[in-house]
Design a protein around this ligand. Sequence first.
Ligand SMILES: C[S@@+](CC[C@H](N)C(=O)[O-])C[C@H]1O[C@@H](n2cnc3c(N)ncnc32)[C@H](O)[C@@H]1O
Length: 253
Amino acid sequence: MILAGENVPAVPYDVLAPFYDAVNGEPEDRIHHVLTSLARYAPSASSVLELGCGTGAVLAGLGSGLSLTGVDLSVEMLDIARRRCPTAHLLHADITSVDLGETVDAVICVYDTLNHVPTLEGWREVCRVASRHLSAGGLFILDLNTVGRFRELGDQDPWVYDFDGRTLIMSVDFSHPPVAMWDIRVFEPRDDDSYRRHHVVIPELAVEVAVVHELLSEYFEVIECRDPEGYPATDESSRALVCARRRAGTPGA
Ligand SMILES: C[S@@+](CC[C@H](N)C(=O)[O-])C[C@H]1O[C@@H](n2cnc3c(N)ncnc32)[C@H](O)[C@@H]1O
């Protein structure tokens, strides 16, 4: 195999954007988590802000009855989101600091987007951002990769996936906790028998469930923190699905 031309990304998801939807498929589980949380805890919600909206796959699945806003750091992911959700308000900004100057009924941050923020201070900032965009009683819906999940991924062989004539190879290095490094390569055939390699390394922070509760408690009352089977999430769960309600009297901005 001849390798030619490797992207060195400033924003890793700019490189992954052209492949993201083909590799990840439709986000039915994420959409289900958001819609069931809304139905259960905020049935009259009419506006949703997604922190780290990516290609807009989740926003697009929430239905046309909601006013939708999305924020992401990747211009390329946002370009796809703009085509997918033409009526959504989409913004190029950092989820640790964005301030839209308005509130919504629910803020969502899914597909371990919060894990992508590499410091606990950054997680605190995202909680502050979520709180700032909610009135008292508003919902913050998120999901996380757990410490146990990162350990399990770190022990696994690389994942190889063929799609649209390309090959993706992905592995997770968790030898230096609490940071897990996702190494993602996509080999894309050129016309001349060579391959173009797209390569990104994405850090994700592993945070214990107890610490997640502590961070959220500054602004929120946690209503649910469960695993995908519905049991209380632990550090050994495959995932933590969280729904929290903004407390009255907490600092907004
Ligand atoms: C795993 S993707 C999830 C995308 C989308 N939520 C979904 O469910 O398909 C994580 C997204 O978060 C974005 N992201 C990561 N850190 C960010 C930050 N600090 N500010 C804004 N976006 C960020 C990435 O650009 C990427 O689009």
